[in-house]
Each structure stands twice: as structure tokens, then as C-alpha cells.
Write a protein that binds this ligand. Structure first.
Ligand code: NAD
Length: 508
């Protein structure tokens, strides 16, 4: 979203930039409000950094790399140990800020911080993660080994829906590998990443190693084209991710783009009905459907198609309210724009002939009448050509399709343009095994509705959900943030000094 120039620095708090270890005021004239989605209160004003400020952030990262790259592994790990302790200590404060600017429930906001914290914990093991390989005697007296060296100034561009977890996917792993970093968080909820940055500095990350700029397309395009940035980690929508991937790649950068989704939950008739439907309803409507791993499509197989009234009944029990209220299950969506977009898609679904089983549009939340609320909404009778099926709605909307067999379900999932996450609910090992084998999707759950991998494994994706080979955490990210160098070495001593001139490629 482009800035609203009308909003000047009239609100109390202005979000700072982090350049060369200092939190600085931007000199820009472009500001945007950070708005509480439940109340419309403007919490702060976020600057769209000037070109000179973006340049300064990248320059400070470039300078810091000269020394940071040689910092001993254990020293880097120790900073991450301290950082993880600080994030843990301040979890509640971070989650409150997160809930206020993003809208999700306090419990889910803590989950957002915690899933990011797990990546920081993993970063503490860098001593065993960044190891190379060694083979003795690849030829007589010759050894070969690999070293994984840091690559330089890396950048991260993050989305609004996980303002703690996704920045924490990015800068800790990049930095602990010996790189320096420029983060461009979502302009819609930048306060949480700034809290994390404060703690990162307190943990001992030196000036210039972590920098933060704010902005929209102009800042993103500057990152994609700047000659001093070597790698970009992007998480966000498919349209923007594809742009970042293409522009960054054209400018010689290593790019990973984790993008949009339409995650199918396949429910077999032999599934444990109560547990499966609970899981399904929670995973569809939690975070108001604004998760890249939300199960937004329910595929009922065979007899399971009779369960629609049970799903609707469960969805009706969910409490919609402001994120900090007691007993709340889902909060508002991020912005008025997002709400209108979702309402338009619901309208379109009804127009295209899907059956609106539950309509969340008329919802009113007492005390928060201005909030961007949409109640759980369910469509049945959806077909693969409908817009509500082909488009990522990113709101509390479930679309239900019916199929006859597991094969039909697998074909349906594999034909969808996205391949981020999926889940099967069944008590049959054979069905689950076939599903896991034949499905073309990055994350697969078996009776697990949101199978976001723990950080020892890598987050992946297929088709419209991912560009680039390597994932944002797990073992893959070490490869992403390092350059493998392969060294072949021979040490001459008297016994090897024989054989004369070698004009062949053989290691004689
Ligand atoms: P978005 O693509 O609108 O924004 C992502 C980032 O790109 C932000 O920092 C934003 O400032 C920037 N941006 C926005 N418009 C731009 C433009 N025209 N040119 C250049 N940069 C631009 O995404 P969002 O709405 O913040 O987040 C929701 C999306 O992220 C959903 O599609 C969701 O599925 C996806 N997501 C994916 C994953 C994953 O791991 N696959 C995880 C979380 C979110």
C-alpha cells in the first residue's frame, strides 16, 4: 500500500529507522498511520524512508560486514542466546503491542512471538549448523573440504500477518551465519519488529549488523536493485513475491519468496469427526483467517459431505472481539481495505451460486463498533472455477467442496494454483501415506491442521506459493545465507615431490 501523504507526524509516537546501531527519526514527508484494527486508534506514524536513508542503512550494513563476518561462531551464538532470553522475558509486552497493531488475540500474539523465538533458539546452535565437510585423501596426499562462508548484506521484506514470527525467521539466521541485514517490515504493523530490534541491540548485535527501514514499493524496489545487497528473503503475497523474485534475480541476488496460499483440508469419512472438525474450524477462523497456513478450503470426501451442519454449528460458537478481550477466538482483519476486499469476495461467491451457509458480514461487536470485524463465513457447493476458490481470501471464510474419493481430493489440491500447506484428516494410515506421497504441496499435515514445521525442519512450498529453492529456516536456510567454498589442498613434503610436470586434470 502506498503512503497517505496527508498523515503528517501529528500522532504522539513516530516509528524510528534503525541505521548503524541508532534509532533515528526519518526526514521523510511521507507518513502512514499504524492503526489499531479493533478501534481505529492511530497508534503511531510510520515513515516511508527517503532514498538517502535507505542508502545509509545499506551502507552501514556493508561496512559492518567487514568485521562481523570474522566474529567467532561462539560469540555470534552467545548473542543469540541472550536475544532469545530477552524475547522470552518481554514476551507479554511484545504480544500486547502485536495484538494492538495487528488485531489478533493476545494468546495468538504470544504464539506469533513464540514460533519466531523457536527460530532464535535454533540459531543458538550455529556452531553445529554451519559446519563444512572434509574428505581425506581424495587423491594421494590431497584433502578436500567445504566451508560455508557468510555472503554479505542480506535483506528481509516481511508481511503484516506475523509481525514477530516472520522477522524472526529472517534476521537471526542471517546474522548468526555472519551476514549483516536490512529489514523492511510491513508498514501496517512495524511496532513489533521495532521492539524485537531493541532487544537484539540489547543482546549485543553490533552497530550496522541489523538495520531497519520502513516503506512500501519504493523501499522494496531499492532493496531488489541495490548492488550491495546479495540476498533477499521475502514473505508476503504471490503478486509482490513474484515481482521481488524477478527484480531481485535480474539484479543478481539470491532470492527466496514465500508467498500466498489456498490450503485444503481433506476430510475422509473415517476421520475422528469431533477432533477433526474442531481442528478444522480453529485453523480456518483463527487469526481471522489471516495466516498463510489457514485451512481456507475444506474438501469433504464421500460420506463426510454430511458434516456441513456440524461445521457450521462449531463456527457459530466462536467469539469475535478485540484481541485483548477475554474469551475471544478471533479479532478483526488488519484494515478497512482488507475488510472491503473480503466483503467483495463474499458477495462474489454468493453471486457465483455458492451456498452461503454462514454469513459473518452483519456482525457488530459491542464497544468496538468501528472495528474491521467479519464473523466466520462458510460457503458450500463451491466449484473450482469460482473466484472464492481460486483467490486467496485471507479472511475468516471457509469454502467447502465435496468429492467422491481420495484420488479426486488429491487431484483437486494439485490443480490449485497454490501449494503452501494442506492437511488430511483420517484414521487410515494407508490413505494418509498415499496423500503425503502424491500431494504437491510444501507442508503436509496428517490430522494436524496447521503443519508449520519446527525450525529443525524447513518451511517449503510449491507452485504459486514459493519461488527460489531454499526455505527460510531449518537446514536449508544455512545454505541460503552462506556461500559454499570447496577447497582442495595438498601440502608438499619430500615424499610427494615426485612425478614431474602434470599437464592433465587428474589430481596426481
Ligand atoms: P504483501 O505482499 O502485500 O506485503 C508484503 C511486503 O511487501 C510488505 O513489506 C509490503 O510493504 C511490501 N509490498 C506491498 N506491496 C508492494 C508492491 N506493490 N511492491 C513492492 N512491495 C510491496 O503481503 P501482506 O498482505 O502483508 O501479507 C499477506 C500475504 O502474505 C498473504 O498472501 C499470505 O499468504 C502471505 N504469507 C505467506 C507466508 C508463507 O510463508 N508462504 C507467510 C505469511 C504470509
Amino acid at each position: 500500500m502506498e503512503p497517505q501523504p496527508s498523515l503528517q507526524r501529528s500522532v504522539a509516537e513516530t516509528v524510528k529507522l534503525l541505521i548503524n546501531g541508532r534509532f533515528v527519526d526519518s526526514k521523510t514527508t511521507e507518513w502512514q498511520g499504524v492503526v489499531n484494527p479493533a478501534t481505529q486508534e492511530v497508534l503511531a506514524a510510520v515513515p516511508f524512508a527517503t532514498d538517502a536513508e535507505i542508502e545509509a542503512a545499506i551502507a552501514s550494513a556493508k561496512e559492518a560486514f567487514k568485521t562481523w563476518r570474522f566474529t567467532p561462531l561462539a560469540a555470534r551464538a552467545r548473542i543469540m542466546l541472550k536475544f532469545q532470553a530477552l524475547v522470552r522475558q518481554h514476551m507479554s509486552r511484545i504480544a500486547q503491542t502485536l495484538s494492538a497493531e495487528q488485531g489478533k488475540t493476545f494468546a495468538d500474539a504470544e504464539g506469533d512471538v513464540f514460533r519466531g523465538l523457536e527460530v532464535v533458539e535454533h540459531a543458538c546452535s550455529i556452531g553445529s549448523l554451519q559446519l563444512g565437510e572434509f574428505a581425506e585423501n581424495v587423491a594421494r596426499g590431497v584433502d578436500t573440504y567445504t566451508i560455508h562462508q557468510p555472503i554479505g548484506v542480506c535483506a528481509g521484506i516481511s508481511p503484516f500477518n506475523f509481525p514477530a514470527m516472520i522477522p524472526l525467521w529472517m534476521f537471526p539466521m542471517a546474522i548468526v551465519c555472519g551476514n549483516t541485514f536490512v529489514l523492511k517490515p510491513s508498514e501496517q504493523d512495524p511496532l513489533t519488529p521495532m521492539l524485537l530490534a531493541e532487544l537484539a541491540l540489547e543482546a549485543g548485535i553490533p552497530p550496522g549488523v541489523l538495520n531497519i527501514i520502513h516503506g512500501g514499493k519504493r523501499a522494496v524496489d531499492a532493496i531488489c536493485t541495490h548492488p550491495d545487497i546479495v540476498a533477499i528473503s521475502f514473505v508476503g503475497s504471490t503478486a509482490v513475491g513474484t515481482h521481488v523474485y524477478n527484480l531481485g534475480s535480474q539484479h543478481g541476488k539470491r532470492v527466496q519468496a514465500m508467498m500466498g496460499a489456498k490450503n485444503h483440508a481433506v476430510v475422509m469419512p473415517d476421520a475422528n469427526k469431533e477432533k477433526s472438525l474442531n481442528a478444522l474450524v480453529g485453523a480456518t477462523f483463527g487469526a481471522a483467517g489471516q495466516r498463510c497456513m489457514a485451512t481456507s478450503v475444506t474438501v469433504l470426501v464421500g460420506e463426510a459431505q454430511r458434516w456441513i451442519p456440524d461445521i457450521v454449528a462449531k463456527a457459530k460458537t466462536l467469539k469475535v472481539n478485540a484481541g485483548m478481550e477475554k474469551g475471544v477466538d478471533l479479532g478483526p482483519v488488519i484494515s478497512k481495505n482488507a475488510k472491503h476486499r473480503i466483503l467483495d469476495l463474499i458477495e462474489e461467491g454468493a453471486r457465483e451460486g455458492a451456498t452461503l451457509e454462514l454469513d459473518g458480514r452483519p456482525i457488530r461487536v459491542a464497544g468496538f463498533e468501528k472495528g474491521n470485524f467479519i464473523g466466520p463465513t462458510i460457503f458450500s457447493g463451491v466449484t473450482p472455477r469460482m473466484k472464492i476458490y481460486t483467490t486467496e481470501i485471507f479472511g475468516p471464510v471457509m469454502v467447502i467442496l465435496g468429492v467422491q474419493t481420495l484420488k479426486d481430493a488429491i487431484d483437486l489440491v494439485n490443480d490449485n494454483p497454490f501449494g503452501n500447506g494442506t492437511a488430511i484428516f483420517t484414521q487410515s494410515g494407508a490413505a494418509a501415506r498415499r496423500f503425503q506421497s502424491e500431494i504437491d504441496v510444501g507442508q503436509v499435515g496428517i490430522n494436524v491442521p496447521i503443519p508449520v514445521p519446527v525450525p529443525f525442519f524447513s518451511f517449503t512450498g510449491s507452485r504459486g506459493s514459493k519461488l527460489g529453492d531454499l526455505g527460510p529456516y531449518g537446514k536449508q536456510v544455512i545454505q541460503f545465507y552462506t556461500q559454499t567454498k570447496t577447497v582442495t589442498a595438498r601440502w608438499f613434503d619430500d615424499s610427494t615431490l615426485s612425478g614431474g610436470v602434470n599437464t592433465t586434470i587428474s589430481l596426481k
